[in-house]
Design a protein around this ligand. Sequence first.
Ligand code: SAM
Length: 241
Amino acid sequence: MLSYRHAFHAGNHADVLKHCVLMFVIDYLKQKEKPLWYVDTHAGAGAYDLNSIEAKKNAEFSGGIELLFAQRAILPPALQLYIDAIENFRARAPHGYPGSPWLAAHLLRAQDRLRLFEMHPQDFDILQEIMVHDRRVAVAASDGFAGLKALLPPPSRRALVLIDPPYELKEDYARVVAVLSDALRRFATGTYMVWYPLLPRVESARLPERLATLNHNALRIELRIDEPRGDFGMYGSGMYV
Ligand code: SAM
């Protein structure tokens, strides 16, 4: 039974970090003409309404995208790609926020392919509806950890994989390490991105170190928005690329 819904967190500081890094990486990989495969093992709904009851419950977006968007006139040029994408999305959905599949589809080219996994039935339906007319995209309502195995190596031998689980289940930490280890064996030259929360719990603290044992050619990016407090609450997040 899946209880996590990304609609409660859409556009928060963690999404901003993850989506900025995602866009930098896609933009970099587009320097080569050869087709690129984008695999999103935990795709979410692909689009969110920040006026929804879910999003407004804790209004996490006010400490994320809304904070950044309000400063868009003075942001460094590196963030322009992300801001442009948000503006493009908002031209059709003024109170919306895009998810990783939409952002990737927006930036990728005709020759590229997207493979998306989402297990929550409601979020899967929304995702499928958004992507149905895009012939580059295939969406599966199945386990992204297992689905990744079958896709590697991709036919074009170029792939970017985003692994972005909810970590509500403790097993997600171990599964991330196992799936990345397996993926690197199957396809060592792929580009992999793992999002992780900064939480005052041992599994969270150990995850980046465990990932570092798998590959030394990596970048670890963290955004801390608070001090760790007690034994509860996310005080930031990271991307392991
Ligand atoms: N990547 C999305 C983005 O950046 O817009 C957000 C994804 S959200 C953090 C995690 C999603 O994974 C949830 O929508 C949840 O339903 C889904 N999920 C949980 N376990 C899964 C699994 N084993 N395989 C595929 N999807 C899963």
